[in-house]
Design a protein around this ligand. Structure first.
Ligand code: MN
Length: 289
């Protein structure tokens, strides 16, 4: 049933062999089935070393990324669009080689605040590039999850309704919706409507609190969200995502605005998150892996 994962940033900001093994084994020890590995620079990830750690720990992986200004496929700069397509193709290969069936995140724009509306030409670039990336991903047995994020992190899709229109334009069955409760809390009218709207096109879920810290200590309505997942019979991955200045990834922490400690003890945070997710799923009548 639903595999439950933990984001690598709970443990480590980089991906040296030491950081990788610590993140992978800590994720397993906290009771998770898989670790989500950020692939912001897929060429820098040592796939063989990472695969060995995953095998040794006996857990799976999922991969995610956000593009940058230099690789923004929603741009009208042809060089950036081409660089973004090349990066996404490499990320699909790394995802496949890590044994992950999913590549998710902000695959459609730079991760960061835009100061203008998206353009028609930029959107056409997103549709064309993601169509080609999705067809390569399908051959690799990989699905793409388009993560819907808040207005301060993209100008392309901030709500599930907008994301479904983009999915229709791309028109590839392995391009799916990726919902994140942290972003839903900012942009959606509630925690049930978007889940029902996505229905069987929901492919991936991030569980994050409103301050990106301990689950249950913020304003996200998790009861309603888990009940909605149960209502549509969601059987996909559910990954806990949390950030604190206690663990710094040089690029990502800056872009996401992680300026303070919402926690210092990743092991305590993760163990409580695992129990919180299990309780939410059980209350909603969802099965577990
Ligand atoms: Mn997320």
């Amino acid at each position: 049933m639903n595999p439950v994962g933990c984001h690598a940033l709970v443990w480590a900001g980089g991906w040296s062999p030491d950081e990788c093994r610590r993140a992978v084994f800590s994720t397993r020890d906290a009771g998770f089935d898989l670790i989500e590995i950020p692939l912001l620079d897929p060429r820098s990830v040592d796939v063989a070393m990472t695969s060995r750690a995953l095998t040794d720990a006996g857990i799976g992986a999922r991969c995610s990324l956000g593009l940058s200004a230099a690789t923004d496929i929603s741009s009208t700069d042809d060089a950036a669009v081409a660089a973004g397509e090349a990066l996404l193709m490499d990320a699909v290969s790394a995802t496949r080689d890590l044994g992950s069936p999913y590549l998710c995140g902000v695959l459609y724009s730079a991760l960061g605040k835009y100061l203008e509306m998206p353009t028609e030409r930029g959107r056409a670039n997103v549709v064309a590039v993601l169509g080609r990336v999705a067809r390569k991903a399908a051959q690799a047995g990989v699905s793409l999850g388009l993560e819907i994020v808040n207005r301060y992190e993209t100008n392309v899709i901030n709500t599930c309704e907008q994301a479904l229109l983009l999915l229709d334009e791309i028109g590839e069955p392995n391009v799916r919706i990726h919902l994140d409760t942290y972003h839903m809390n900012i942009e959606e009218r509630d925690f049930r409507t978007p889940v029902l709207l996505a229905g069987d096109r929901l492919g991936y879920v991030h569980i994050g609190e409103s301050n990106r810290g301990y689950l249950g200590e913020g304003t996200v309505d998790f009861d309603t969200f888990f009940n909605a997942l149960g209502e549509i019979g969601y059987a996909g991955t559910i990954t806990f995502e949390s950030f604190s200045s206690a663990v710094v990834a040089p690029e990502l922490s800056r872009i996401l605005g992680i300026w303070r400690n919402t926690w210092t003890d990743g092991a305590d945070l993760a163990a409580k998150a695992r129990a919180f997710i299990a309780a939410g799923m059980a209350a909603a009548g969802m099965g577990q892996a």
